[in-house]
Write a protein that binds this ligand. Structure first.
Ligand SMILES: Nc1ncnc2c1ncn2[C@@H]1O[C@H](COP(=O)(O)OP(=O)(O)O)[C@@H](O)[C@H]1O
Ligand SMILES: [Mg+2]
Length: 245
């Protein structure tokens, strides 16, 4: 197995506030790593350090063995909530990341059409975001992220505000796309059930100052059944490790 991301002794402080405290871990190529930790422990700060939105106080993050650099490396980031651009059509939103990366017009069209189809939005490609439901908006964001065929996809609690049925639906879609593309995904959540449902590995963070409490494999067969005894067992195990309440 090839190591995709290496986090080495990452520390992040805001003034006197120590948020990430000497964190080290690896993400393997093709992982769907779910990171769980309490609100305020530094999950977003970690992603922002990875994408260089924030500068780390100390330590290093390597992608494919080189210091991470989102200007040169192909990283997609899906933020919490709706991130579509209201003045662009669905197809233009899906192609947005490709415009930035300056791919050819024909390749752009090919990728946009492919990922519109994959998320079932072909019929809606000329619609504007305000004409779409919440679930369709989320699928636009997912299609946009996958259309760049990223080496690394970062997702920051993307389904946190959605109702359960919709969340299940989008989680299944993510798993399908992840399997189809083999993309390495880091998925942040504070929802333990979501982490057990999605991941092939789970990383549990402590409260601030934040360190890695445990990284565990999740080999439950797919499709997963949240009511199965094995699922409930693993969910309980993760819950015991967390107990941040
Ligand atoms: N730009 C910033 N300036 C100062 N403090 C920050 C900044 N960004 C985050 N923090 C603080 O860092 C801690 C972790 O925040 P965050 O990464 O957003 O947590 P999480 O995403 O796990 O909920 C919080 O205490 C937050 O107030
Ligand atoms: Mg956050």
């Amino acid at each position: 197995m090839k190591t995709k991301v290496e986090v080495k002794n990452l520390t992040k402080k805001f003034g006197d506030l120590l948020v990430l405290d000497n964190i080290s871990f690896n993400v393997e190529q093709g992982d769907l790593l779910c990171v769980v930790g309490p609100t305020g422990c530094g999950k977003t700060t970690f992603l922002n350090s990875l994408t260089k939105i924030y500068e780390a106080t100390s330590g290093q993050i390597l992608l494919d063995g080189e210091p991470v650099d989102p200007r040169r490396q192909n990283i997609s980031y899906i933020f919490q909530g709706d991130s579509t651009m209201p003045w662009l059509t669905v197809a233009q939103n899906v192609g947005f990341g490709l415009d930035i990366k300056k791919v050819s017009k024909s390749r752009r069209e090919e990728l946009v059409n492919k990922y519109l189809d994959v998320v079932g939005l072909t019929k809606y490609k000329d619609y504007y975001p305000n004409q779409l439901s919440t679930s369709m908006l989320q699928r636009v964001s997912i299609a946009r992220a996958f259309a760049t065929e990223p080496d690394l996809l970062l997702m920051d609690e993307p389904y946190g505000q959605l109702d359960m049925e919709l969340r299940f639906h989008l989680e299944d879609e993510l798993v399908r796309l992840w399997k189809m593309t083999g993309t390495t995904v880091i998925f942040i959540t504070h929802n333990i059930e979501e982490a057990v449902y999605l991941s092939n590995r789970i990383m549990i963070l402590t409260n601030k100052p934040t360190s890695v409490k445990r990284i565990m494999d999740n080999e439950l067969p797919r499709p997963r059944d949240v009511t199965s005894s094995k699922f409930v067992e693993l969910r309980n195990e993760v819950t015991e490790l967390i107990k941040w309440w």
